[in-house]
Design a binder for this molecule. Sequence first.
Ligand SMILES: Cc1cc2nc3c(=O)[nH]c(=O)nc-3n(C[C@H](O)[C@H](O)[C@H](O)COP(=O)(O)OP(=O)(O)OC[C@H]3O[C@@H](n4cnc5c(N)ncnc54)[C@H](O)[C@@H]3O)c2cc1C
Length: 459
Amino acid sequence: MIVGHGAAGLTAALAASEEARATGNAVDLTVVERSVEGQHGGNTRFTPCYMRLEAPGRLSPGFVDDMIAVSSGQNDRAYFEKLAEEAPATMMWMQTHGIEFHNPVYYLSVGPPRIQPIGAGESIIRELTRAAKEAGVRFRYGCLAETLERDGSGRMTGLRISDTDGRSETIAADVVILACGGFQGDPTMLREHLGAGGETLRMISPGTRLNAGHGIRMALAVGARPAGDWRGMHIEPIDPRSRGPAPVVLVYPYGIVVDTAANRFFDEGAGLVHETWEEFARSIHFDCRDSEVYAILDSRLLEIENYGRAIRSEVAPFKADTLEELARMIGIPAVSLESTVGVYNSACTGDPAKFDATDKDGLAAAAWLIPPKSNWARAIERPPFLAYPLIGAIAYTFGGIATDTCARVLGESGPITGLFAAGEITGHFHGTAPNAVAVLRAAVYGRIAGREAARASTP
Ligand SMILES: Cc1cc2nc3c(=O)[nH]c(=O)nc-3n(C[C@H](O)[C@H](O)[C@H](O)COP(=O)(O)OP(=O)(O)OC[C@H]3O[C@@H](n4cnc5c(N)ncnc54)[C@H](O)[C@@H]3O)c2cc1C
């Protein structure tokens, strides 16, 4: 039994069927998914799906060290070493199931090399669902998994689900793979673990809300050990006016960001967007009045080659010939905005010819500016002036359940019989999310979970 129809669940289902066929073990595989058919796929369906590899068969040197560094040493090296070891083979295996990859341009910036499936996360859902169906995997939609059932000896016996009409049923299963995401869809858990205000976080995509912590609670109820950073989440700045999924606006490094009192509050140029977005977006939500801020730019944004790649909102920015008019349009004090921009502009003493939107260009503002601006510090002086409203929107949480390198769920005294987990539900991130690794680890550990579960299942 596999719970969840995202990257982790699909790779698990397909790998389990292949392992069973290879070993002559007759295994009956069912994926249960809470949403109705067509809306399945959770976060995977909505991700652009950048993956941290140089090519499908090749990781970047230093991958494991980078994974440890982003967590200030807290991430489990064994977990990421296994991920590194299996990632190239897993990507090539996905290619054999109809997924093609290319090397994308990542918003505007250079950075670690990444690959991306052509057709993004949606192609993973489409192709792996087709392959799994062809391999005989069954899919049951509209089934919310709620409880793991075991006999007196601790052997897994089934999964209690409820359907869309609220009818409950136990489906027999000797092995269960949990691949049903984090707890971002549960406001109570968000408040409990992220703090007051966590419950009002906007979900970055329609698939994000589906992961409401059921799998984590089910596993904890049978003795799984909690793991990962329970205060951690991946969150990005989006345009709140947009109605589309994941309307990120990632041009803030090229201007300034002000709160509703028109004050700057962080170093907009501290790093490439993937190095600053999490802390920035968290701070918008938890520290700024009304949980909303404004990126302020001028017409030179429009001269940056391909600037539109970093804006996924379909709504145009506010635009005005003067800062006063811009402030009036967005409802913040004009005198304060003019003053903040004036102070910032007078600190922009570097040579604007050094400006390079694609990399940290060292064009820092004068050292007296507080907060500092470490890169891309050009004066905001060429009308029309532009403003994008920004809020923080959560993509996934880090807190989850402990698993080993065989994707077995760990209790206090070792692996729990018949229980495996992969993807977002597992607690392996601390501090900051390693960039472009969430789908990769879902696929790699989903495949491991499927293989191991097929071996553990009794014919
Ligand atoms: C907008 C956006 C951009 C992102 N960008 C990237 C990126 O570029 N690179 C990257 O690596 N990662 C990215 N991520 C994160 C990544 O998409 C996810 O972490 C990853 O896809 C999770 O895969 P999963 O299989 O664990 O969970 P999901 O894909 O979320 O699948 C979980 C499934 O479980 C189902 N489910 C949940 N609870 C139950 C239940 N109780 N019973 C039955 N079914 C249930 C859900 O409906 C869903 O179908 C992004 C995420 C979003 C939303």
